[in-house]
Design a protein around this ligand. Structure first.
Ligand SMILES: [Zn+2]
Length: 236
Protein backbone atom coordinates (compact mmCIF):
# COMPACT_ATOMS: atom_id res chain seq x y z
CA UNK A 1 0.00 0.00 0.00
CA UNK A 2 1.27 3.48 -0.75
CA UNK A 3 -0.41 5.72 1.79
CA UNK A 4 -1.46 9.19 0.58
CA UNK A 5 -2.75 12.07 2.67
CA UNK A 6 -4.80 13.40 -0.23
CA UNK A 7 -6.09 11.62 -3.32
CA UNK A 8 -7.63 13.61 -6.16
CA UNK A 9 -9.66 11.72 -8.75
CA UNK A 10 -10.49 13.21 -12.14
CA UNK A 11 -12.17 11.96 -15.31
CA UNK A 12 -9.33 13.25 -17.49
CA UNK A 13 -5.74 14.35 -16.90
CA UNK A 14 -6.07 18.16 -16.44
CA UNK A 15 -9.32 18.06 -14.39
CA UNK A 16 -7.50 18.08 -11.05
CA UNK A 17 -5.18 20.86 -12.25
CA UNK A 18 -8.07 23.06 -13.46
CA UNK A 19 -9.86 22.71 -10.17
CA UNK A 20 -7.18 22.65 -7.57
CA UNK A 21 -3.52 22.58 -8.55
CA UNK A 22 -2.91 25.60 -6.30
CA UNK A 23 -4.24 23.63 -3.33
CA UNK A 24 -2.21 20.59 -4.38
CA UNK A 25 1.00 22.65 -4.60
CA UNK A 26 0.24 24.18 -1.20
CA UNK A 27 -0.28 20.79 0.46
CA UNK A 28 2.83 19.31 -1.15
CA UNK A 29 4.86 22.31 0.07
CA UNK A 30 3.49 21.66 3.56
CA UNK A 31 4.98 18.16 3.39
CA UNK A 32 1.88 16.09 2.64
CA UNK A 33 1.71 13.18 0.23
CA UNK A 34 -0.66 14.00 -2.59
CA UNK A 35 -1.63 11.82 -5.56
CA UNK A 36 -3.88 12.08 -8.60
CA UNK A 37 -5.71 9.22 -10.28
CA UNK A 38 -7.16 9.96 -13.71
CA UNK A 39 -10.05 7.65 -14.58
CA UNK A 40 -9.76 7.66 -18.39
CA UNK A 41 -7.09 8.23 -20.99
CA UNK A 42 -9.38 10.82 -22.64
CA UNK A 43 -9.22 8.84 -25.85
CA UNK A 44 -12.29 10.63 -27.25
CA UNK A 45 -10.96 14.17 -26.71
CA UNK A 46 -11.19 16.37 -29.79
CA UNK A 47 -7.55 17.42 -29.50
CA UNK A 48 -4.31 15.70 -28.52
CA UNK A 49 -3.95 11.93 -28.26
CA UNK A 50 -3.47 9.38 -25.50
CA UNK A 51 0.34 9.44 -25.68
CA UNK A 52 0.54 13.22 -25.64
CA UNK A 53 -2.00 13.46 -22.80
CA UNK A 54 0.17 11.11 -20.72
CA UNK A 55 3.28 13.17 -21.37
CA UNK A 56 1.43 16.34 -20.43
CA UNK A 57 0.13 14.73 -17.23
CA UNK A 58 3.64 13.57 -16.32
CA UNK A 59 5.00 17.10 -16.85
CA UNK A 60 2.27 18.63 -14.67
CA UNK A 61 2.83 15.96 -12.00
CA UNK A 62 6.51 16.80 -11.76
CA UNK A 63 5.74 20.54 -11.49
CA UNK A 64 3.41 19.69 -8.59
CA UNK A 65 5.77 17.23 -6.88
CA UNK A 66 3.10 14.54 -6.66
CA UNK A 67 3.81 11.34 -4.73
CA UNK A 68 1.67 9.35 -7.15
CA UNK A 69 -0.12 9.65 -10.47
CA UNK A 70 -1.82 6.87 -12.35
CA UNK A 71 -4.52 6.27 -14.90
CA UNK A 72 -7.23 3.65 -14.43
CA UNK A 73 -7.90 3.36 -18.16
CA UNK A 74 -11.68 3.25 -17.75
CA UNK A 75 -13.56 4.00 -20.99
CA UNK A 76 -13.96 7.66 -21.96
CA UNK A 77 -17.73 8.44 -21.89
CA UNK A 78 -18.20 5.22 -19.89
CA UNK A 79 -17.84 6.37 -16.28
CA UNK A 80 -21.29 5.34 -15.08
CA UNK A 81 -21.38 3.94 -11.57
CA UNK A 82 -21.46 0.30 -12.73
CA UNK A 83 -20.37 -2.39 -10.30
CA UNK A 84 -17.12 -2.87 -12.27
CA UNK A 85 -16.24 0.84 -12.26
CA UNK A 86 -17.11 1.21 -8.57
CA UNK A 87 -14.90 -1.80 -7.75
CA UNK A 88 -11.95 -0.30 -9.70
CA UNK A 89 -12.19 3.06 -7.91
CA UNK A 90 -12.78 1.44 -4.50
CA UNK A 91 -9.61 -0.58 -4.97
CA UNK A 92 -7.61 2.59 -5.65
CA UNK A 93 -8.99 4.26 -2.52
CA UNK A 94 -8.16 1.21 -0.41
CA UNK A 95 -4.67 1.01 -1.90
CA UNK A 96 -3.80 4.58 -0.93
CA UNK A 97 -5.98 4.93 2.20
CA UNK A 98 -6.17 8.75 1.87
CA UNK A 99 -7.50 10.99 4.64
CA UNK A 100 -9.20 13.18 2.04
CA UNK A 101 -10.55 12.32 -1.41
CA UNK A 102 -11.39 15.05 -3.91
CA UNK A 103 -13.86 14.37 -6.74
CA UNK A 104 -15.24 16.60 -9.51
CA UNK A 105 -18.17 18.79 -8.44
CA UNK A 106 -21.48 17.06 -9.21
CA UNK A 107 -22.74 19.66 -11.71
CA UNK A 108 -20.72 20.32 -14.85
CA UNK A 109 -21.27 20.90 -18.54
CA UNK A 110 -19.21 17.75 -19.27
CA UNK A 111 -21.24 14.61 -18.49
CA UNK A 112 -18.07 12.62 -17.70
CA UNK A 113 -17.27 15.01 -14.84
CA UNK A 114 -20.78 14.46 -13.47
CA UNK A 115 -20.44 10.68 -13.87
CA UNK A 116 -16.98 10.71 -12.23
CA UNK A 117 -18.40 12.65 -9.29
CA UNK A 118 -21.06 10.00 -8.61
CA UNK A 119 -18.66 7.13 -9.23
CA UNK A 120 -16.13 8.43 -6.71
CA UNK A 121 -18.86 9.07 -4.16
CA UNK A 122 -20.04 5.46 -4.43
CA UNK A 123 -16.48 4.15 -4.18
CA UNK A 124 -15.70 6.28 -1.11
CA UNK A 125 -18.74 4.75 0.56
CA UNK A 126 -17.75 1.20 -0.36
CA UNK A 127 -14.10 1.60 0.65
CA UNK A 128 -15.02 1.27 4.33
CA UNK A 129 -17.36 -1.73 3.97
CA UNK A 130 -15.41 -4.70 5.27
CA UNK A 131 -17.66 -7.22 3.53
CA UNK A 132 -17.36 -5.53 0.13
CA UNK A 133 -14.43 -7.03 -1.84
CA UNK A 134 -13.08 -8.72 1.32
CA UNK A 135 -9.78 -9.60 -0.37
CA UNK A 136 -8.72 -5.93 -0.24
CA UNK A 137 -8.67 -4.62 3.34
CA UNK A 138 -11.26 -1.91 3.97
CA UNK A 139 -10.13 1.57 5.08
CA UNK A 140 -11.70 4.23 7.31
CA UNK A 141 -13.99 6.54 5.32
CA UNK A 142 -12.01 9.51 3.98
CA UNK A 143 -13.45 13.02 3.90
CA UNK A 144 -14.94 13.73 0.46
CA UNK A 145 -14.64 17.20 -1.05
CA UNK A 146 -15.63 18.29 -4.55
CA UNK A 147 -13.55 20.59 -6.77
CA UNK A 148 -14.84 22.76 -9.59
CA UNK A 149 -13.92 22.13 -13.25
CA UNK A 150 -16.33 24.04 -15.53
CA UNK A 151 -19.40 24.80 -13.41
CA UNK A 152 -19.13 26.27 -9.95
CA UNK A 153 -21.20 27.86 -7.24
CA UNK A 154 -20.63 29.62 -3.95
CA UNK A 155 -18.18 27.21 -2.32
CA UNK A 156 -18.39 25.65 1.12
CA UNK A 157 -14.62 25.74 1.61
CA UNK A 158 -12.01 28.15 0.27
CA UNK A 159 -8.24 27.64 0.14
CA UNK A 160 -5.95 30.65 -0.28
CA UNK A 161 -3.68 29.69 -3.18
CA UNK A 162 -2.20 33.12 -3.89
CA UNK A 163 1.37 32.05 -3.12
CA UNK A 164 1.02 29.01 -5.37
CA UNK A 165 -0.80 30.59 -8.29
CA UNK A 166 2.27 30.74 -10.53
CA UNK A 167 2.63 26.97 -10.08
CA UNK A 168 -1.03 26.49 -10.99
CA UNK A 169 -0.54 28.43 -14.21
CA UNK A 170 2.56 26.40 -14.99
CA UNK A 171 0.65 23.12 -14.56
CA UNK A 172 -2.14 24.30 -16.86
CA UNK A 173 0.39 25.31 -19.51
CA UNK A 174 1.67 21.71 -19.49
CA UNK A 175 -1.59 20.74 -21.23
CA UNK A 176 -0.83 22.48 -24.48
CA UNK A 177 -2.91 20.00 -26.50
CA UNK A 178 -6.00 21.12 -24.56
CA UNK A 179 -5.51 24.82 -23.85
CA UNK A 180 -3.13 25.91 -26.64
CA UNK A 181 -4.33 27.96 -29.58
CA UNK A 182 -3.81 26.31 -32.97
CA UNK A 183 -0.69 27.30 -34.86
CA UNK A 184 -1.25 27.92 -38.59
CA UNK A 185 -1.82 24.60 -40.37
CA UNK A 186 -2.21 22.64 -37.11
CA UNK A 187 -5.18 20.26 -36.89
CA UNK A 188 -6.83 21.56 -33.72
CA UNK A 189 -10.60 21.62 -33.28
CA UNK A 190 -12.03 24.66 -31.51
CA UNK A 191 -13.34 23.62 -28.08
CA UNK A 192 -14.34 25.56 -24.96
CA UNK A 193 -10.86 24.70 -23.64
CA UNK A 194 -8.84 26.53 -26.25
CA UNK A 195 -10.79 29.80 -26.26
CA UNK A 196 -9.01 31.63 -23.46
CA UNK A 197 -9.77 28.90 -20.92
CA UNK A 198 -6.77 29.46 -18.65
CA UNK A 199 -7.66 33.17 -18.37
CA UNK A 200 -11.19 32.19 -17.41
CA UNK A 201 -9.97 29.76 -14.73
CA UNK A 202 -7.78 32.56 -13.40
CA UNK A 203 -10.75 34.94 -13.38
CA UNK A 204 -12.86 32.38 -11.48
CA UNK A 205 -10.12 31.85 -8.88
CA UNK A 206 -9.76 35.63 -8.52
CA UNK A 207 -13.52 35.97 -7.96
CA UNK A 208 -13.40 33.21 -5.36
CA UNK A 209 -10.53 35.04 -3.66
CA UNK A 210 -12.60 38.21 -3.58
CA UNK A 211 -14.91 36.57 -1.03
CA UNK A 212 -12.06 36.81 1.50
CA UNK A 213 -10.21 39.77 -0.02
CA UNK A 214 -7.27 37.66 -1.15
CA UNK A 215 -5.89 37.54 -4.71
CA UNK A 216 -6.62 33.88 -5.55
CA UNK A 217 -8.58 31.09 -3.93
CA UNK A 218 -9.79 27.66 -4.96
CA UNK A 219 -13.26 26.67 -3.85
CA UNK A 220 -14.74 23.33 -2.85
CA UNK A 221 -18.19 21.95 -2.19
CA UNK A 222 -19.10 19.36 0.43
CA UNK A 223 -22.20 17.24 0.87
CA UNK A 224 -21.83 16.34 4.51
CA UNK A 225 -21.35 18.90 7.28
CA UNK A 226 -17.81 20.04 7.88
CA UNK A 227 -16.74 19.40 11.46
CA UNK A 228 -15.04 22.41 13.02
CA UNK A 229 -13.53 23.26 16.38
CA UNK A 230 -14.73 26.68 17.49
CA UNK A 231 -12.63 27.99 20.38
CA UNK A 232 -10.55 26.14 22.96
CA UNK A 233 -11.19 26.78 26.63
CA UNK A 234 -11.64 30.45 27.33
CA UNK A 235 -8.92 32.08 29.37
CA UNK A 236 -10.45 34.05 32.19
ZN1 LIG B 1 -12.23 16.71 -17.93
Amino acid sequence: MSKLDILIIGAHADDAEIGMSGTIAKQVAAGHKVGIVDLTEAELSSNGNVKLRKEEAAAASSVLGLSHRSNLGLPDRGLQATSGNIAAVTEVIRLHAPNIVFAPYWEDRHPDHVAASKLVEEAVFNAKLRRYMPDTPSVPAPELYFYFINDWRTPDLLVDVTEFYAIKEQTLLCYRSQFGQAAPGEDIAPTPLNQGYIERVKARDALLGQRKLIPYAEGFAVKSPYLVELFGSASS
